[in-house]
Ligand binder design. Sequence first.
Ligand code: TTP
Ligand code: MG
Length: 406
Amino acid sequence: MCYNNYRKHQFEGVVKKTMAENSLRRIIHIDMDAFYAAVEQRDNPQLRGKPVIIGGRTDSRGVVSTASYEARRYGVRSAMPMAQAYRLCPQGIYLPGDHRKYRAVSGQIGAIYREYTPLVEPLALDEAFLDVTGCEKLFGTAEEIGRKMKERISKEVGLTASVGVAHNKFLAKLASDIKKPNGFVIVGPEEVREFLSGLPVGRLWGVGEKTAALLQGWGIKNIGQVARLPMEVLEEKLGAWGRQLYFLARGIDDRPVIPDHQVKSVGHETTFDLDVQDKELLLTTLLDLTLEVGRRLRKKGLVGRTVTLKLRYSDFKTITRAATLEEATDLDNRIYYTAAELLEREDTGQAVRLLGVTVSKLCSGDEGQISLFNQGREKEEKLTGAVDGILDKFGDGAITRARLLK
Ligand code: TTP
Ligand code: MG
């Protein structure tokens, strides 16, 4: 056997083994339907069956957080400018939303999950992965557990959820999404190929508009077509990322479910191409890092009390400086100003090679809010929520920075 064939043979062996081992896991993904809007409809019967639109700001300059399925029929979507939503659905009921309430509901749902497994990884307030491998004897099959949870969320919380059951995260998330709202989809190991083949490439985890357009340029529109491409071709065209696509297109994904209580900190750092001494550039970069950290905290419904700044100088000396806040936070402004103050204090005259910011001493959003409800905080939260919508849709941008710095 020539070397290349030998490598291919060996590689296929590894793929088969990985597939066999991973198909033994039982993963559930649950995502609530039109979450914020559904909570409002639950609490006010007059809103039921009506197009309800939740936005951080209900004036024309805000963005849509979410819309009830009745409103989606008019084309209203998350992250859409409010002005556009008004145009599409003038008869809609527009509400500012109540983050605090959504966090509490999220906590209630999370408590149901944890009755079945400690392996719960929340991705957002309304979304989580659960690993129920080995829970069969106690609670039944993954399918039974999924159905039970869906039923309990409906009865005890009064909301509908969409559930996906499969042997890995990628498939379970796709499964929960495919029959929304109120869906329940199981993908068995032998059904993977059929399940994936007709789906558009944009459904592959991490494939955004750019990669989708690139693939489309080669005449590749669905996942089945990606699965027919040899690894070498994908690697040659897309580098390391192509390798990942090779596995995902075959429904292979071995990412573990990482339970929330194991998350001790949320941080982000960057290494500069050229060492930086300019304070302005350091502060702008710090702001970018903070936006990412804040967004990740809010997605996970976490708040933290300690902000740590990390600096590595051109001579590789690395220092960390930390400050503890009076009240745990997930707000960009507070994290940024705390970290910026730490940066201002560190003036050694040396150029910086790496800059990082981390928030730790974490707890869930509900536990963190010990101080009295305050108007300022509510305003900040609303602004931050609106910024998240824009960031999710358009990525980081100058407008966000300007707004934040004000
Ligand atoms: P999603 O799960 O993305 O949306 P959804 O639950 O409203 O609707 P569905 O899952 O049925 O498609 O997000 C959960 C909540 O997060 C959503 O109710 C509001 C909030 N959110 C924003 O504030 N801005 C956004 O851009 C998005 C996508 C969500
Ligand atoms: Mg949802």
